[in-house]
Write a protein that binds this ligand. Structure first.
Ligand code: N0T
Length: 525
């Protein structure tokens, strides 16, 4: 007879823990999890057949482990108080079958500044669910964040949704996180000019803000030229807090909000006013306390600048949406290597194997002064799948050193930069960036030092040379340089690169891994 081992059922948890550096890591049952993600186009997950035919097969070869997809309020509560979760349940089944984790995007009251995903009964009743107005009183498509009825209705639906999620998924843990709303804020205006908003904007700032900022007065007195945006940030952050807190009481999953960043020209309304952009972080962090992560959607070319802005003061870096051109494949290494990101996820992932250069509405994007490339896939998937494959297989090594001085990252910021020096404990690395066009990933990568005579390097379009440390005259000698790959954490070496192959052993347009062993001889006088 088999003896059954008596075990306590393990408590299942999904949480983000922070280290001393402030870097966050997502833990699933105390195991670190690296989100190698991709976000679907907005409408893909509204139909199961479409998912079967057009989406899942295309995701297979990309080496993702997580898919970000929307759950629309209009779909789960078509009639007030009547809920239907059949689509959600099927999506979760499909994901499990595909061995994929999910991050669900709650498209509730606000999606890209507007209220296009609210149910018809909310849209039709603009008395009960009043809209934000532009200056002069013109109506918008955005339900005002000052509308308490609307916030309560959203919170109620969100709570029922989270409860359902707990019922069907707490055991399997297919869903890792939930995004609350999408790129929140008010578009085409610096603030809401509805009657209610006008009244509040003229009054003194709320007590809570007085405490946070240590100053009192009207919005304009306190925040001057930023008053309109701060006013919106306060109202949106409060609404989000109400909704997220209610949802968390039903099911305690990590939650985040994502930001449409302030791009040129930097005026609120040109991007959604009041969203969680860096400038508004004080309000957002103090008010929306149930939110675990404030996350940037990075379409701007200054990838490094944005990462830096967000990975501060204990805010873990998570990039739920990223550019679609090949540079995204190299940016991922940088986000994980330099800022210990918990995850990375290009937008429109099911289309990343295509070349969409001709399909872009170039004129429109140019008119809006938006970088066309940011929305263009030039078969980006064929590069991204290499990045993800490498990261997936070397994550054990990565997590072993995450948050320590042993991890370094490099990235070429513009075409004038020729290279950089990365300082290791035993030597310096001279990294020279290779010229490359828009069709390729950027020059970027990551170095992990195993000890003072051994390191791993991964990256794209960069040459590596070992130098003595600045002002020293040490003689640095390579003992062994191998190409190869990690297979589920275990190094499997390929050719030993020596002779001709050693002098031209840099990284090319597809990501590669190298293992270096070297020694240092001190030149004593
Ligand atoms: C994103 C996506 C989707 C260079 C646009 C980005 C997604 C939403 N919005 O394809 O609609 O649901 O979150 C807006 C970025 C515009 C500014 C780019 C400046």
């Amino acid at each position: 007879m088999m003896l059954q081992k008596c075990q306590w059922p393990m408590k299942k948890t999904i949480e983000i823990k922070k280290d001393e550096k402030g870097f966050g890591t997502l833990y699933v049952n105390d195991e670190p999890f690296l989100i190698l993600g991709g976000e679907l186009h907005n409408s893909s997950s509204s139909n199961l057949q479409y998912m079967e035919k057009q989406v899942w097969p295309r995701l297979k070869e990309l080496n993702l482990n997580t898919v970000l997809l929307p759950v629309a309020w209009e779909n789960i509560e078509k009639e007030e108080g009547v809920y239907d979760f059949s689509l959600l349940e099927e999506l979760i089944f499909q994901a499990r079958r595909e061995k994929m984790k999910l991050i669900l995007l709650w498209f509730g009251l606000w999606k890209n500044g507007e209220s296009t995903y609210v149910p018809g009964w909310v849209k039709r009743d603009s008395g009960r669910f009043f809209r934000a107005r532009y200056k002069g009183g013109e109506l918008s498509q955005t339900i005002s964040p000052l509308c308490k009825n609307a916030v309560k209705a959203d919170a109620r639906a969100f709570t029922v949704f989270m409860k359902k999620l707990k019922d069907i998924d707490a055991e399997s843990q297919t869903v890792l996180m939930v995004q609350v709303e999408n790129e929140i804020g008010f578009l085409k205006s610096d603030r809401d000019y509805s009657k209610e908003a006008e009244k509040q904007f003229r009054s003194n700032i709320p007590e809570e803000l007085e405490k946070i900022y240590g100053i009192s007065g009207t919005w304009s007195e306190v925040f001057q030229s930023d008053a309109a945006e701060m006013f919106m940030a306060w109202n949106y952050a409060q609404a989000v807090e109400y909704i997220a807190a209610a949802g968390k009481r039903a099911y305690e999953l990590p939650m985040y909000v994502n930001a449409w960043l302030n791009q040129f020209p930097d005026r609120p309304g040109n991007y959604p006013s009041g969203g969680p952009i860096a400038r508004n972080k004080k309000i957002w962090r103090n008010i929306a306390k149930s939110i675990d992560v404030f996350a940037p959607d990075i379409y701007l070319s200054d990838f490094e600048g944005v990462c830096k802005e967000y990975a501060t003061e204990g805010n873990p870096l998570f990039i739920p949406e990223a550019r679609r051109d090949p540079v995204t494949a190299s940016n991922a290494f940088y986000a994980f290597g330099k800022y210990g990101a918990i995850g990375f996820s290009p937008f429109g992932i099911e289309g990343l194997m295509e070349d969409t250069r001709q399909k872009q509405d170039k004129e429109l994007l140019e008119q809006l002064q938006i970088d066309v490339l940011a929305f263009t896939s030039i078969e980006t998937g064929k590069y991204l799948k290499e990045t993800y494959k490498i990261l997936k297989n070397m994550q054990k090594l990565y997590f072993r050193f995450k948050g320590t001085e042993n991890i370094h990252a490099f990235m070429c910021r513009n075409e004038h930069e020729r290279g950089t020096i990365v300082s290791l404990s035993g030597c310096d690395l001279e990294l020279t960036y290779r010229p490359k066009g828009n069709e390729r990933p950027g020059c970027a990568g990551m170095i992990i030092e195993e000890n003072e005579s051994e390191f791993w390097a991964v990256g794209y379009n960069t040459d590596i040379r070992l130098l003595p440390k600045k002002s020293s005259h040490d003689c640095i000698t390579i003992i062994c340089l191998e190409e190869g790959f990690f297979d589920n954490g275990k190094w499997s070496s390929g050719r030993v690169l020596n002779g001709d192959e050693r002098s031209m052993s840099g990284f090319g347009q597809y990501a590669e891994v190298r293992h270096y062993i070297y020694c240092k001889e001190t030149t004593d006088e």
